[in-house]
Write a protein that binds this ligand. Structure first.
Ligand code: ADP
Ligand code: ADP
Ligand code: ZN
Length: 214
């Protein structure tokens, strides 16, 4: 089962992808997490990606596609995977489609999590990310057991640099311009499913499970 999560920054792609991955025992692949891991470890890829991420822009397709194709070629992806934050442009989606075709595979579900822009701005200011393992929380909607501390690994939680309101606005513009067209792309491919992302996160997950088990 190959699943693509669509939706604006902050719509809940990562939150839902994590739950899907746990329930169906498939890897959760987040290009954003891979970039942040590289930034933390100061790799060449990290240095390059950071220039774009800090400004709320997309990392160039060439770099991103190469990284993603390497990841999905790994053994653990044999039974499928859930992509979170990829594809983000039509060219990225086209490469994914043609690479999958070579193996007689395709994206089975593209799940669009719908959340209006007004909600996004509010939501992002409350997002907290673990500096060590990347786990995501929300100060109100998905609070950690101890304030400021990751439940999973005990490290510190921070507001991501690119989650400051100015950068969030820029990222939303980039989303509408470059990523939203993917909704139409996957609709034409016959695999688009939409869910109401303003619901409680457990209700959103229940809706997704209904779609996947239909
Ligand atoms: P969010 O979950 O809030 O949408 P991500 O963690 O997915 O954020 O992405 C953070 C940043 O990483 C993006 O703003 C962008 O700069 C970069 N990035 C992640 N995935 C991609 C991609 N597929 N193509 C280009 N840039 C990407
Ligand atoms: P994305 O990966 O699309 O950028 P996240 O999964 O990181 O989005 O969610 C963004 C923020 O909103 C996080 O702080 C997360 O805990 C919170 N969140 C996720 N889903 C919901 C929801 N249904 N209702 C309220 N807050 C949510
Ligand atoms: Zn952690």
């Amino acid at each position: 089962m190959i699943i693509v999560m669509l939706g604006a920054p902050g719509a809940g792609k990562g939150t839902q992808a994590e739950m899907i991955a746990a329930k169906y025992q498939i890897p959760h692949i987040s290009t954003g997490d891979i970039f942040r891991y590289n930034i933390k470890n100061n790799t060449d890829l990290g240095k390059e990606a950071k220039k774009y991420m800090d400004e709320g822009k997309l990392v160039p397709d060439e770099l991103t596609v190469r990284l993603l194709l390497d990841r999905v070629a790994k053994d653990d992806c044999r039974n499928g995977y859930v992509l979170d934050g990829f594809p983000r442009t039509i060219p990225q989606a086209e490469v994914l489609t043609s690479e999958l075709e070579k193996n007689g595979a395709k994206v089975d579900y593209a799940i669009d999590i719908e959340v209006p822009d007004e909600n996004i701005i509010r939501r992002m200011s409350g997002r907290r990310a673990c500096v060590n393992c990347g786990a995501t929380y929300h100060i109100v909607y998905a609070a950690p057991k101890v304030e400021g501390i990751c439940d999973k690994c005990g490290s510190k939680l921070v507001l991501r640099d690119d989650d400051k309101p100015e950068t969030v606005k820029k990222r939303l513009d980039v989303y509408h311009e470059q990523t939203q067209p993917l909704i139409d792309y996957y609709k034409k491919a016959g695999v688009l499913k939409s869910v109401d992302g303003t619901k409680d996160l457990h209700d959103v997950f229940a809706d997704i499970v209904t779609i996947l088990e239909d």
